[in-house]
Design a protein. Sequence first.
Length: 523
Amino acid sequence: MYLCSPPRFGALVRVISLSVLLTLAMCPVTLGADKVAQSFTAKTFDGQDFDLDQYLGKVPIVLDFGSIYCSSCVQSIPHFIVQQNEYADKLKVVGVNLDTYGLSRVKRFFGTFSNTLNFPVLIDKGLKISRQFEILTLPSYVFIDKEGKIVSTIVGYDSEKRAKMDRLIKQLVEGGPLEDVAEAPADDVTLLVPEQFTMTYQSKITVVGLTGGNPGPFKVRLNGGSEREAKSYGDKMFYTRIPLSLGSNFIEVRYPKGSGMGTIAVVMFREPRMGEGLGVNFPEYQFHLAEKEERCSPCHEMTPEDPEGGMAMDDFCTKCHGYQIDEKFVHGPIAMGGCAMCHDYKSEPHHYDRHTTGSELCFNCHDDIRGAFDRDFIHGPVAMGMCVVCHSPHSSSFKFQLNNTQSSLCTGCHEDVKAKLNKFKPHAPVMEENCTGCHDPHASDNPSFFLKGVGVDLCLNCHSEAEMKRHTHPTEGSLSRKIPGITPDEDGNININCQTCHDPHSSDEDKLFTVTGGCSACH
């Protein structure tokens, strides 16, 4: 039986899934050879109406019957996304979901990558569609030709059956008599990393696969964008490192196959380290687990020797993780060869455990700055002990080993600030991407946006007193009347300070005026 449940969903899911099969088995319908498929209507997972009549007798159709709790069913989804992309309007793939007892989870599952999903997924209410096509086991795939006749039903999903389905779809699209596809050769190209429908917090991931004797080239594409060619590791493997977008990532590996191109695809999710995220409820991807290392151990040594003096970093780490020291600013322990200062080589999973976690790990070396965080108001990542939200623990192109430029880091969480930066005349610190010129990124005694000062005192950090003395406008007190464009405080008063007239981020007006017309707006 091909129905299977990933362990993360537990016994309840297995009971629900098995009940679907039992219901189907109690209501069998026999389909004769070359029987004409009957049309049906249904709702998609996002509530849209679907009618098979739009396609029946016009183009070949593949009905993909599955469950989100069936790992084989889930693995085939990216494969059919690729097929639908390749044949466009010459083929219609239709997903039929049988999870009638957990629609909210089904909607959430497909909704998280709806930007990639290019075929409708129907909810089989009452299992009417499944009964109509005598579906007793999941996954099952029903193939309908251009005349509307059912020509084949394939049960289960693996590399051999994927090759068989690819060949059958090609024949259905091209027309003519169908050849025997029972002996379609399996595709030996295998994707090892990453795994299907897993989640990561990493901004980049390494794609690794086995060539199966295929000379390549192997090209990797993310979310339908530009391709990058993978590097070869001898004649057995290919690999490359790619960035990941927040949310769903559709990763395709394309390679020569016969007179055309073969494709392997996976869907992987990237969650933010902080905030609500997508809540996709997929397992976090980890490579250094015993069962995964077993695939590599025939050719690679997977267990390092005890590091000499606790500081050694030899070729063992850099064989796979050499990219960690390729950037301009390298973390001190790595430059000294000290992976073991942070990572426990003997942990399970391998190499993942640190000697401690979060900021406490950083304080082992950076204890001198611990006191700087002991203030009344603490920035969210600091309060959660998540230094890696802003800093790379390995290496970076940016000073202080930041993961990105200051403004990119800040607006990554504080999206409301983006609009403030998108004006013609930016403040100098903004133009120089120096958010920390005014804001303390760690902690502050100032409750207002972690500012390094209050009122004119903040401005004096950059603008000299001599410069400010030439500024005749008062910087304290309050206005006696309301001025359009100047926002009063919560008590309805307009207190005079530098920000009353000048925007600290950017403006479309000269001198960063907050109101159109500058001084004439008030005077």
